[in-house]
Every structure is written in structure tokens, then in C-alpha cells.
Ligand binder design. Structure first.
Ligand SMILES: Cc1cc2nc3c(=O)[nH]c(=O)nc-3n(C[C@H](O)[C@H](O)[C@H](O)COP(=O)(O)O)c2cc1C
Length: 360
């Protein structure tokens, strides 16, 4: 039988009830030190009420310098796990799978929130010294933040930070951990020759540039229980065709190398460089990359980007282009996207929450 948007998906011992995933989306809504607030509970909780099969947190920083803004979510202490536990618990209570995206912002950190202009914040004004594989290149218009080129010790610490974050995520009750290696943040900066000029074993060849991602993913896999899935989000391409950069072929090769440790590749693109050229922005604009990684590696994939319509999401699964329809901005417009999709597609496989039944 062909799978559709409302078929369940088994990954290790986790059963995802349907194929709609809430894409990770920064909320910049912490008040103190990366601790989750009522905003996170209501925001993520609403999407679970709305029927999504997986509710993924926003990029959650594995250490304070891993935040984009001082208001980003973090998971580097027991207190952070305690603040997130009600979110994971509520999401699970609605029948959805709670997932957390573990992230480090790298050189894109230490900025004000987007609605405050994404201005660089200096260390003495509440910002911090950012980390990067290479400290010389800075492609953006805004002032370069304080930046430190990571040494061997920083690399080892980073792997430990991801492990600690994974352990606290487990304490908080999350079932899926996603390693964020996309969108020009720290791990992607290592992957791409357009951001990595290193001459040590973390720069240069494909093998070297992918080393840190392989180390992080494998270390997270090591502490994440065998019965629960680990995802990785990649930018399939830098969209920089005119210079040496990260390509779809590289992504296929990397996915293959990660196949023993990851259960699904969440396939996004871009975000590394302001000169990027998106070839076909619009509906499904990144789906071909997901499809290609799925085809060439046999790994389950999530497709994201420009998915807004129930039929469109359903077709991705039915036509075996992707295993998950990962929906971002449409979930901001409509937290009940999955319930709406069930209604529009005429299935009774997704039930409205009992207290809302009289409105159906
Ligand atoms: C407000 C906002 C915040 C985002 N934050 C993150 C994030 O924390 N992690 C991430 O991997 N992608 C992030 N993204 C990208 C989305 O997850 C998604 O990949 C992108 O919006 C394309 O999907 P869409 O067309 O369905 O919105 C963000 C996007 C938006 C609009």
C-alpha cells in the first residue's frame, strides 16, 4: 500500500503518527539565559494540538555562544532541561513526537533579534566572541562580530557540548535529537569550502571538512538511546555555483557517511553566504535535493521549503519524494495545518482533540 501524509512512520522504536513535521523555527523569545518560557510551551504546544506528527523545537544552543541572539533557546544545564520538560511532556500528551534541534550558531551568533535589525552585538554590550572554523572570511554587510578561530581544544569542547546537550534533552523528555548542520551555522561553516580555510585535519579535503559533523553526530548517537531516532539537518547546497562551495553531490556523500548514525536527513539549503542564488524559489523549492539524497542513499528524508498546501504535502509522501513533509512558515500562519490537511484530504486518520470535537 502506498504511504500518504497520514501514514505512520517507524524510525527505530519511535512511531511517528503522521508525516507532518513542524520545522524548527527560532522564536527569539527567551527572557534569561536560554531558558524556555511560556511562549515556547504555548507555541510548540499549539502545533501539537494542531496534529503535527513531529513537533521540533527551534535551534537550541548547546552552549551560550551557540545562540544567534541573547534571546535564543539553549540546553546546557539541568535548569534548561527542567524548563523544556513541560514542552516535551505536553507535545507527547497530544500524541505527537517531541523533537529538539541541537545547534551552534558559529559566526552567525551574537546578534540582536531579526525584528531589532539583526545587528552585531559586541561582547561588552551583552554579546560574545563567536566561534568559527576560519576567522578571516566575513561575507556580510554588517560589522563582523568578535570572532575566534577554533583550535583543537575548542573542537573537542564542541563535541562535548553537543553530547551534554543531548543528555539534557533526554532528561527533558525529547524523543528525537536533530543535529543542525545547515544554514551557515557552525557545523555548516566547517563543511563548506566557502567558509572553511583551515589547514589542519578539519579543513581542506571533503574528509577533513566533514570530520566535525561526523564526530558530533556519532557522539550524539552514542548517548541517544538505541530505540530513539537521530536526525541531521543539512543545507544540501550553498547555492554558490560560481565558486568553490558545498554541493548536492557533497550532501549525498555526507549522508552516506552518516547512514549508520542518522535515521533521517532533514534536507534544507543555503544560508551560508549572502551571494547565494536560489534557482527556483517557490513551492517545493528544496524538494529535489531531498529526493536525490533519498534516492541515492536509501535514507529516509524530510523535505522542507515552500510546502503550504495539504495536497502538495500528501503528494510528496505518496510519490516517494520524501518521508516527511516539513512545514515551517505555514505552521506560523496555521498551527492546525495537519488537522486542516486531514479535513481537506478527506481522511479520518487524524482526530481532533476531544475538547475541540464540537467544532468539527
Ligand atoms: C522565523 C523562522 C525561524 C527559523 N529558525 C530556524 C531554526 O531555528 N532552525 C532551522 O533549521 N531552520 C530555521 N528556519 C528555517 C525553517 O525551518 C524552514 O527550513 C524554512 O522556513 C523553509 O520552510 P518553509 O518554506 O516551510 O517556511 C526558520 C525559519 C523561519 C521563518
Amino acid at each position: 500500500m502506498t504511504d500518504d501524509l497520514f501514514s505512520s512512520l517507524s524510525l527505530r522504536q519511535t512511531t511517528v503518527p503522521n508525516r507532518v513535521m513542524v520545522s524548527p523555527m527560532c522564536q527569539y523569545s527567551c527572557e534569561t539565559d536560554g531558558l524556555a518560557t511560556d511562549w515556547h510551551l504555548v507555541h510548540l504546544g499549539s502545533r501539537a494540538v494542531g496534529g503535527a506528527g513531529i513537533v521540533m523545537t527551534e535551534a537550541t544552543a548547546v552552549e551560550p555562544r551557540g545562540r544567534i541572539s541573547p534571546n535564543d533557546l539553549g540546553i546546557w544545564s539541568e535548569e534548561h532541561a527542567e524548563a523544556l520538560a513541560p514542552v516535551a511532556d505536553f507535545v507527547r500528551g497530544q500524541g505527537a513526537v517531541p523533537a529538539i534541534q541541537l545547534a551552534h550558531a558559529g559566526r552567525k551568533g551574537s546578534k540582536t533579534r531579526p525584528w531589532e535589525g539583526s545587528e552585531t552585538v559586541a561582547p561588552d554590550e551583552g554579546g560574545w566572541e563567536t566561534l568559527a572554523p576560519s576567522a578571516d572570511s566575513w561575507p556580510y554587510d554588517r560589522p563582523k562580530p568578535a570572532m575566534r578561530e577554533m583550535d583543537r581544544n575548542d573542537v573537542e569542547t564542541l563535541v562535548d557540548d553537543f553530547v551534554r546537550a543531548a543528555e539534557y534533552s533526554l532528561d527533558a523528555g525529547f524523543e528525537i535529537a536533530e543535529v543542525h548542520a545547515a544554514h551557515g551555522y557552525l557545523l555548516h561553516e566547517f563543511l563548506s569550502p566557502a567558509a572553511n580555510d583551515r589547514e589542519d585535519e578539519y579543513g581542506g579535503s571533503f574528509e577533513n571538512r566533514t570530520r566535525i559533523v561526523r564526530e558530533v553526530v556519532s557522539a550524539v548517537r552514542e548517548v541517544w538511546p538505541d530505540d530513539r531516532p537521530v536526525f541531521v539537518r543539512v543545507s544540501a547546497t550553498d547555492w554558490l555555483p560560481e565558486r568553490e562551495s558545498w554541493t548536492v553531490e557533497d550532501s549525498v556523500r555526507l549522508a552516506d557517511r552518516l547512514a549508520d548514525d542518522v535515521d533521517l536527513v532533514d534536507v534544507s539549503a543555503g544560508g551560508l553566504h549572502p551571494d547565494q542564488q536560489i534557482p527556483n524559489p517557490g513551492p517545493n523549492y528544496q524538494v529535489p535535493y531531498a529526493e536525490r539524497i533519498r534516492e541515492e542513499t536509501g535514507l529516509p528524508v524530510g523535505a522542507v521549503g515552500g510546502i503550504t498546501q495539504p495536497e502538495q504535502a500528501d503528494a510528496l509522501v505518496r510519490n516517494e519524494r520524501a518521508d516527511l513533509a516539513v512545514v515551517g512558515r505555514e505552521h506560523l500562519r496555521d498551527p492546525y495545518f495537519a488537522l486542516r490537511a486531514a479535513e481537506e484530504l478527506g481522511t479520518d486518520e487524524l482526530e481532533w482533540p476531544l475538547p475541540y470535537r464540537r467544532a468539527v
